[in-house]
Design a protein around this ligand. Sequence first.
Ligand code: CAO
Length: 412
Amino acid sequence: MSSKDILVPNIGDFKDVEVIEVLVKDGQKIKKNDSLITIESDKSSVEVPSTSDGIIEKINIKIGDKVSEGDLILTVNVESKIDVKEKPVQKNKIKEVSKKPDPVSPPVTQSTSGVKLASPKVRKFARELGANVTQIQGSQRSGRVTEDDVKKFVKSQVSVSQGKVEPKKYKDEYSHEEFGEIEIKEMPRVKKLSGPQLVRSWTEIPHVTQHDEIDITEMEQFRTSLFDHFTGEKISVTPLAFITRAVVNALKDFPNFNCSIDPVQNKIFYKKYYHVGFAVDTPHGLMVPKLRDVDQMNIKEIGDELRRVSRECRDLKINKKEFFGGSMTISSLGGIGGTFFTPIINPPEVAILGVGKSFDRLLKIKGQIVSRKILPISLSYDHRIIDGAEGVRFCVHLNESLGKDFAFKLAV
Ligand code: CAO
């Protein structure tokens, strides 16, 4: 620790000006650029910032004193860098960042000494609105801050929605129309409702996504050869019905995938039912209804239910309660295309299976080149409850259910 004096800087034509505010106390920990005192002449008032980090040892001036350049304001105990109990890595990071000039935001204009110019009235106004005048860009000469600047600053920090004032999350530097013609539409209701749920999931759940490939050659031969014994008609079921059934089999062996957690109370809720959610692409937006008690259905019944429930979603005839109370979700994009992706967990569930479009691959098996049908899958899970080994075992289980021995594993 060493002591350092902080003096009144060069404040232009200010001489013998009155101290009207002392903004710090003895023993207070301060940072460089924290405001220390406010001085006022007959022209205006300025806040004098600290030129150093440290702990205040002694304040040398009081309200009513007259000060000029070079007068001692206070003495600080400067902390040695090794003594600081913050992570040194972080400190370096912050330093590096602050060295780089911000390419988009113009520097805040200040008087040559680094003090911020504003009248006492404006300072009071800013304080009443909870704004720090040193952060406000002044629009007047030498960066003087006006009441209008304060208002603009406060407006840029918050958004008002349905009478509620909320801190603004981000602000675009330029508006879209500055770059060409645009069209503005209302966000569809379903997207408005699902947006916050997706943000919650993405920001609160530590996602891990495990990708895998399943050889479904035999399953596909079986699926495409299904027909009704009584009518002789072909039974049309998509791979999703088989995958749903395989997921239920895996859920039975891996109960951690069929649970919800309450991280506040440290409780795990294990579900004894098997209600599988599936993502449905509708003209109104994405919906995730549940198929109830899938463990009690055969493949054809699952296929029929998938069709019925997705039709209800597209026709907006589905009951709201059907979007809740799921075990785990399947997001199948296989009917459209694509291979691997990172599906976002649908809380309070803890896992979701993404399914891509199956494709043919030539493989060398027992010395022969053969064509096999491969299904790409992507399993996202909540790492707070499921660890990597369990995640990959779940995929292996799916592999066994849908792989070449599938017929023995799935009740058809
Ligand atoms: N690989 C190859 N082909 C597949 C396949 C796969 N993984 N999955 C489906 N197919 C085939 C089907 O067999 C069907 O072909 P046929 O008509 O010849 O039988 C065709 O693709 C269309 O299937 P489908 O998509 O209509 O039916 P489905 O049971 O596979 O899926 C549903 C139903 C509701 C999930 C689907 O219609 C849907 O909405 N998918 C989008 C889900 C989505 O948006 N997920 C993303 C969520 S995150 O934004």
